[in-house]
Design a protein around this ligand. Structure first.
Ligand code: FES
Ligand code: FE2
Length: 372
């Protein structure tokens, strides 16, 4: 006999519409947690760089002379000019400010500062670039903008070992699509964490994987997720539902019959399929704007085969993504109604209630810290 579930209500509208609240939330989730950036492999060689805007700060990600991944704030130690205006590229061997040519090594050290030789007490060693710690998990790159972070593994809550069989560090992106969605970032996580909407919103997905085949794990502070089964005659999630590629090596039979959906807070949605992995990286841009970078990762052995074509997976999820973004945007609009009041979650929306509890607890802790 299934157990009854206590009533839980969705959040008041201000959690999705207030600019002031949004800023506080960036402090709690994006400036005090490990944030997913993208693929470590995209910075494959010394000097390769990418610039990302994270919670209002611009950061440069690069590899130093020893091939170590580094993240530096994109601001000069002389008078604060932005060092790098390009989104990506390769540094020759240094990072030079375009204003007065202060020059930094790829390890962030200041190696030249024109006109400073006669300044009493000035030492180059006192002015390295501001650095943020980075960490890597199976090829996924993370950064932390806060003080003295706990190890990334702590935030991942043990799930870092759960997906070893997919060997994400070996996979490579075949396609990347960037979406700009007019909805609050939490709505994207909520939408990802329930499939109650699937029969109506995603008829193509419903044909391949029944919306009630899901089993969620209990929500945890950093991780929300579970898996859903593929229907008997379905090999993977593509337009046709047929496997046209080998399953990823190392997966068990059970792992090839399910799709695993995990939201790693605050901004990585990880979807593991029998033959590919899809990631969504969420970048909140305003209380009602989220930039979403979606990548499809495949095994290099499959990618090297003549005729390799990821379109069947990309088209399927691009369609499904757009259906999701549409309902999120409609929700963002509907929440502006002065008549809106929090509504009751169903028992298929347990992860959403878990995420909301985390938000409310975090808010309460922050409030207590401000007014002890
Ligand atoms: S502001 Fe960068 S060198 Fe002056
Ligand atoms: Fe959906």
């Amino acid at each position: 006999m299934p157990q009854n579930v206590p009533l839980a209500l969705s959040l008041p509208a201000r959690y999705y519409t207030s600019t002031e609240y949004y800023e506080r939330e960036l402090d709690w989730f994006f400036r005090a947690m490990w944030v997913h950036v993208g693929r470590a492999q995209a910075l494959g060689r010394k000097g390769a760089f990418q610039v990302h805007e994270i919670a209002g700060d611009s950061l440069i990600f690069t590899r130093d002379d020893a091939s170590r991944l580094r993240a530096f704030h994109n601001t000069c130690r002389h008078r604060g000019t932005r060092l790098c205006a390009q989104a990506s590229g390769t540094f020759a061997s240094t990072i030079q400010c375009p204003y007065h040519a202060w020059t930094f090594g790829l390890d962030g050290s200041l190696i030249a500062a024109p006109g400073m030789d006669r300044i009493e007490g000035f030492a180059r060693a006192d002015y390295p670039l501001f650095e943020a710690p980075v960490a890597e998990w199976d090829g996924n790159l993370f950064v932390h903008l806060g003080e003295s972070p706990a190890p990334l593994e702590t935030q991942l809550g043990g799930r870092d070992r759960m997906f070893q069989a997919w060997r994400m560090q070996d996979l490579a992106p075949a396609r990347r699509i960037v979406y700009n969605v007019a909805a609050n970032w939490k709505m994207i996580i909520h939408n990802y964490s329930e499939c109650l909407h699937c029969p109506g919103v995603h008829p193509a997905l419903q044909k391949l994987s029944h919306y009630l085949s899901g089993e969620n794990e209990p929500a945890e502070p950093g991780v929300l997720g579970g898996k859903m089964k593929l229907r008997d005659n379905v090999g993977t999630l593509t337009m046709e539902g047929r496997l046209t590629r080998a399953c990823l090596p190392g997966l068990s039979h059970e792992e090839t019959r399910s799709v695993y959906y995990y939201a790693f807070l605050p901004n990585l949605l990880l979807s593991l399929h029998p033959d590919y992995v899809m990631t969504h990286t969420l970048w909140p841009r305003a209380t009602d704007q989220t930039e979403i970078v979606c990548e499809w990762l495949f095994h290099p052995g499959e990618m090297a085969r003549p005729g390799f074509n990821p379109d069947d997976a990309v088209e399927f999820w691009d369609l499904t993504n757009r259906q999701d973004w549409h309902v999120c945007e409609e929700m963002q609009i509907g929440l502006r109604s002065r008549a809106y009041r929090p509504g009751p979650y169903s028992h298929r929306e347990d992860l959403l209630a878990g995420f909301d509890r985390l938000i409310l607890e975090t808010e309460q802790r922050a409030g207590n810290a401000r007014n002890p």
